[in-house]
Design a protein around this ligand. Structure first.
Ligand code: ADP
Ligand code: MG
Length: 252
């Protein structure tokens, strides 16, 4: 179990500094929230962690590797999985197939294209199907495996998305606004699920979230961004009481 260490990360786009020397550490087996007003740099931070954006400078270390020089698929192979703010599932495919696609990086023989006639590929396929069933049970999707994702309620689709990330057997999970657009019942369910991912599976989680109640309930530690800068870092209670944080949220 190793920490994620973000050190002095800067991301510049033409004429705009989206992240400005941001540092934080995610301790193993914890939920770490990254919060801040719109445009603060939260999604940019996620995109750097997952290799979608290249940092202009700074370092991100995880599992003995420097992530800032790696492409997204290499970062995923190190056990860093992410979900997206807008759902990125294949809506026509059943839940089961979406989850099997999540296991793609773990497949040595390439089950999607390779002939399933090969005994090794068939054995591997059976193992993936069994693991997908376990993960579906963990997130409460057992009865839904045959349904096309697009026909399921939104809150259930978000659970499919989480399940698909878990299918990659991550050590670090990046969740971008996991309860956005959910009703309060769905929010509670997702909150419990996130805590059980941390506690039962021991996976570290970085969470970008707008819903402050959710952050206070879920996060072990919080980093607050505003205009690309880190303005606070601490426990939920500490940052909630921080005048700089209150100012940023009130726009003063
Ligand atoms: P948040 O997720 O906190 O709302 P973002 O990380 O999406 O903030 O954006 C931070 C700033 O960076 C914004 O001003 C945004 O317009 C800018 N930005 C984000 N991505 C790009 C990009 N690909 N090209 C140019 N500017 C970008
Ligand atoms: Mg965003």
């Amino acid at each position: 179990m190793e920490p994620l260490e973000v050190r002095d990360v800067t991301v510049r786009f033409a004429g705009l500094t989206a992240l400005d020397g941001v540092s934080f550490t995610v301790a193993p087996g914890t939920v770490h929230a990254v919060i801040g007003p719109n445009g603060a740099g939260k999604s940019t931070c996620f995109n750097v962690l997952s290799g979608v954006y290249k940092a202009t400078s700074g370092s991100v270390r995880f599992g003995g590797a420097e992530l800032t020089t790696l492409r997204p698929h290499r970062i995923a192979a190190l056990g860093v999985a992410r979900t997206f703010q807008n759902i990125a599932l294949s809506p026509r495919l059943p839940v089961h197939d979406n989850l099997m696609l999540g296991r793609h990086r773990l497949t040595s023989s390439g089950f999607v294209s390779a002939g399933l006639r090969l005994p090794r590929a068939r054995r591997e396929q059976r193992r993936h199907v069994a693991r997908v069933a376990e993960i579906a049970e963990f997130v409460g999707l057992t009865g839904k495996l045959a349904f096309p994702v697009g026909l399921l309620p939104y809150g259930v689709q978000k659970r499919v998305e989480l399940a698909r990330a878990l299918c990659m057997e991550p050590r670090l999970l990046l969740l971008d606004e996991p309860v956005a657009g959910m009703n309060s019942g769905e929010r509670q369910e997702m909150a419990e699920l996130i805590l059980s991912v941390r506690d039962s599976l021991g996976i570290s989680i970085v969470l970008v979230e707008h819903d402050m109640g959710m952050v206070m309930r879920l996060a072990d530690r919080v980093t607050v961004l505003d205009f690309g800068r880190r303005i606070a870092d601490g426990t939920p209670a500490e940052v909630q009481a921080d005048p700089a944080v209150i100012g940023a949220y009130l726009g003063t």
